[in-house]
Design a protein around this ligand. Structure first.
Ligand SMILES: Cc1cc2nc3c(=O)[nH]c(=O)nc-3n(C[C@H](O)[C@H](O)[C@H](O)COP(=O)(O)O)c2cc1C
Length: 361
């Protein structure tokens, strides 16, 4: 078993100091124009101080029309790049590796925020609160690839160590992967090869643009869950193998509950399946429902190379030092307001967290 505190080396040679990641967590604390706020900087640096070897940002929009909620971080302009600099420098000073999660909302972007009608792989209806997206033109798709490429370059110039392409949870890249949302017949949809083409092209375009030591990974939902729909486990295993060939530095599996086996094969856990698909060399990061050291170790034993903590890291920023290195008991929700203030969780973030049942008191 690999120790959670051992360094993790990516295929491009860059190393993280340990295998404990802060999961990408939307926190709605960015300025209205999408620039990183002092509160968001503090929230992230605090987790690096607490011992997380890799600190991921929340989902950050790569182009204005991809913005999906108020207070979302942007990585779409020179001003956004400038605002990220203290984060790049601060994480380096604290010895952590910083990744920005690159995102476009697609059908789940907000016209109310951007003033721009939404688009996706195709158009579909979902209900009264959903604005049916327009089907993307070839120009939209090429523009999107360029937006991801430029956003990754902004992150590199701002001193971050890498990016994660957000292919999970049913946002634009996931909408293109979906068999139900992407029936296109023009080479960007239809069969798996067509549906995977956008994510794979974005990955290769980013990889070619950034310096060789800049880490480029992908987050996926292995199967349908919530907004992520039209996904098939076996298709995602094939996709994972392609992403390894295309030069990904890691694959991050969003599991929500790491104890669960797959729905398609109830006797099999996703981690060994993805390990077999990608081979031994590609780091696999697993996330979902980790509170205790045993829960983290269980996912490593199944074949993960690193684990990401979301909710546990909100109330317990020193989890790596206290629990993984010190053997202390993890802090459990509900987290009180005082506890969250002490953990550098600002008022807008606390307001957002109150929507998650059982997390705050
Ligand atoms: C408040 C909150 C915000 C989240 N924001 C994001 C996000 O921006 N991007 C993303 O990929 N996942 C996001 N997630 C999912 C988490 O990264 C993680 O996969 C999930 O919370 C399960 O891990 P946990 O049990 O350790 O919390 C969010 C989850 C929560 C609770």
């Amino acid at each position: 078993m690999t120790d959670l505190l051992a360094p993790l080396r990516f295929p491009n040679g860059t190393a993280a100091p340990n295998r404990l990641w802060l999961a990408p967590l939307t926190n709605q604390q960015s300025a209205p124009d999408g620039t990183l706020s002092p509160e968001e900087l503090r929230w992230l640096l605090r987790r690096a101080e607490g011992g997380f070897g890799v600190v991921e940002s929340c989902a950050a929009y790569v182009s204005p029309e991809g913005k999906a909620w108020p207070g979302e971080l942007g990585v779409a302009t020179a001003a956004h790049e400038e605002a990220l600099r203290p984060l790049g420098a601060g994480l380096r000073e604290r010895g952590a590796l910083g990744l920005i999660q690159l995102f476009h909302g697609g059908a789940r972007a907000s016209r109310a925020l951007s003033g721009i009608p939404t688009w996706s792989a195709s158009t579909w209806e979902e209900g009264p609160d959903f604005e049916a997206p327009r089907a993307a033109s070839e120009a939209d798709i090429l523009g999107l690839i360029e937006a991801f490429r430029l956003a990754a370059l902004r992150c590199a110039r701002a001193g971050l160590h890498g990016v994660e392409l957000h292919g999970a949870h049913g946002y634009l890249l996931g909408q293109f992967l979906s068999a139900t949302q992407n029936p296109r017949t023009d080479g960007w949809g239809g069969d798996l090869l067509g549906r995977a083409r956008l994510l794979r092209t974005v990955l290769r375009a980013v990889r070619e643009a950034v310096p060789a030591d800049f880490v480029v990974g992908v987050r996926l939902s292995p199967e349908d869950r919530g907004q992520a729909s039209g996904l098939d486990l076996d298709e995602n295993l094939q996709l994972a193998a392609w992403l390894a060939e295309d030069g990904a530095d890691f694959l991050h599996l969003s599991l929500w509950d790491g104890r669960e086996n797959t729905r398609k094969r109830p006797d099999q856990h996703p981690i060994p399946l993805f390990r077999e698909a990608v081979g031994p060399a590609l780091p696999l990061v697993a996330c979902g429902g980790i509170w205790t050291l045993d829960e983290a170790r269980a996912l490593m034993d199944l074949g993960a190379d690193a684990v990401a903590l979301g909710r546990a890291a909100i109330g317990d920023p020193e989890w790596p030092q206290r629990v993984a290195a010190g053997g202390a008991e993890p802090k459990r929700p509900p987290f009180s307001d005082d506890q969250l203030v002490a953990a550098d969780v600002s008022a807008p973030f606390r307001a957002y967290l109150s929507r998650f049942r059982g997390l705050t008191s």
